[in-house]
Design a protein around this ligand. Structure first.
Ligand code: SF4
Length: 457
């Protein structure tokens, strides 16, 4: 895989700009795309207006995300008309799902590049510039050998340099084998596959050497890491290996699958000093029948067992979740059951959504689709309940001293620093900008719906 200026003279002296939407995996993919394009002789432009190649790294998880991507493509149209030499490309999950349809719907787009074809970016961009052709590359790795895939994904992940000077995001596994009824990820990201532990370790060591204090391990079901690797390794074992790396102060991971929390993993979270006290534990629904329709693979009672084990065995842990209302067939009673579960568990925070039918998923074809207005009403009820719980959970930290990794001055007030506590709560406190990247002890004085504020202890 050659990635040098000489390999693609068409790219030399040109600039790129990547717009990123969606999850942390997309943020991590963007870092890889930027590294690949820079290695091919291109420069990063400060904005789309200044770039020769503009890429949209898209999300497909909800219809709204795709509408937004097409909206953004629309905004780029006048730019493209004014500069005919400019190339526009669509990458990520929507590119994977829509393929050639993107070219039909957006005639000013020249490249459609799927989630497993990022490594071909320089070649495809160079060909498009040389020939004027519009190109689509959306093969998933199932068509290549496991060895090829592993080697390529390790290489690509290792290339990412990251723009955040204090934190690194490291993919440890890709894809998902679970096929929840509502979810498009298995179609856009392909089958589950794990990276080799030595490669992950090397990448985390490099991040530490570059001054990163925090690393977040990424995967669609991150805690199923390793079980398909020839020399089996569990996610807990990976955490133990990474915990030994000097310079790294904090380890996070997202998103786990609730039933993947073995005793071994809960022990690792409780015992390892660098693993932060926060778990994002997607519940989706608090009703057994809806969970079965979603094919989530657990009941509320089984989920609760994991939830309370984490709360009991990891002191100070915060638990956040994903909650969906209006899955096809969800009755009013089932929705109310779900609200009762949420009221009982009292999550620290939740990402709340209404069901959005995704093409080729089982749920899109299910009978009993809930009308949009009713989905919105249920969502408003859920948000009101969860907001009150989030406020209560946040208020429970008043008077505590929390360790905060400072990101830098807050966007709204440069005299206030913003950073995250180990429990993943956003904390604001007054302080000088030079503390960015430092771990500060902060006494919490106020709680908000968005997080906490305080002063240096
Ligand atoms: S486990 Fe997560 S990524 Fe996999 S299908 Fe279910 S919701 Fe989607």
């Amino acid at each position: 895989m050659e990635r040098t200026e000489a390999a693609y003279p068409e790219l030399s002296g040109k600039s790129y700009y990547v717009m990123t939407f969606g999850c942390q995996m997309n943020v991590s993919d963007t870092e890889r795309m930027e590294a690949i394009l820079s290695d091919a002789g291109m420069e990063r432009a400060p904005s789309a207006e200044h770039a020769d190649l503009v890429l949209l790294n898209t999300c497909s998880v909800r219809q709204k995300a795709e509408d937004r991507a097409y909206g953004n493509l629309g905004h780029l149209k006048p730019l493209r008309s004014a500069r005919p030499g400019m190339l526009i490309g669509v990458c990520g999950c929507m590119a994977q799902r829509e393929g050639e349809d993107v070219l039909r719907k957006a005639p000013h787009v020249s490249l459609v590049i799927g989630t497993a074809q990022i490594h071909r970016l320089p070649e495809l961009a160079a060909t498009a510039w040389r020939t004027g052709e519009r190109l689509v590359a959306t093969d998933l790795p199932a068509r290549r050998s496991l060895e090829e895939i592993e080697a390529e994904e390790d290489l690509l992940a290792g290339l990412a340099r990251g723009r955040d000077p204090h934190k690194a995001w490291v993919p440890v596994m890709y894809g998902c084998d679970r096929f929840c009824a509502f979810c498009i990820v298995p179609m856009t990201r392909g089958a589950e596959r794990s990276r080799r532990p030595e490669e992950i370790e090397a990448q985390v060591r490099a991040a530490a050497a570059a001054g990163r204090k925090e690393v977040t391990l990424l995967g669609q079901t991150v805690n199923s890491y390793g079980h398909k690797l020839p020399r089996g390794i569990t996610f807990a074992e990976l955490l133990r290996r990474l915990n030994e790396i000097e310079g790294i102060e904090r380890i996070r991971f997202t998103s786990p699958y609730p039933m993947g929390f073995t005793d071994e993993l809960i022990d690792a979270i409780a015992e390892l000093p660098k693993v932060c006290e926060h778990v994002h534990l997607p519940l989706q629904s608090g009703d057994d029948e809806v969970l079965a329709a979603m094919r989530r693979g657990y009941t509320v009672a089984e989920y609760e067992k994991v939830y309370w084990a984490l709360r009991e065995r990891v002191p100070g842990i915060s638990i956040t979740t994903d909650l969906m209302v209006g899955h096809p067939g969800e009755t009013l009673e089932q929705h109310e059951n779900s609200l009762r579960t949420v009221g009982r568990l009292r999550f620290d925070a939740a990402f709340t959504f209404h069901f959005s039918p995704r093409p080729r998923t089982r749920a899109a074809r299910m009978p009993g689709q809930v009308p949009q207005a009713e989905k919105m009403r249920r969502l408003a009820e859920l948000i009101e309940l969860q907001n009150a719980i989030t406020m209560e959970r946040n208020a429970s930290h008043i008077g505590e001293v929390l360790e905060v990794l400072v990101d830098g001055p807050s966007d709204k007030d440069p005299s206030v620093l913003a950073g995250y506590a180990r429990n993943n709560k956003l904390v604001h406190f007054p302080g000088p900008a030079h503390l960015a990247g430092e771990l500060c002890q902060v006494r919490i004085t106020e709680a908000h719906i968005w997080g906490l504020s305080g002063e240096r202890a």
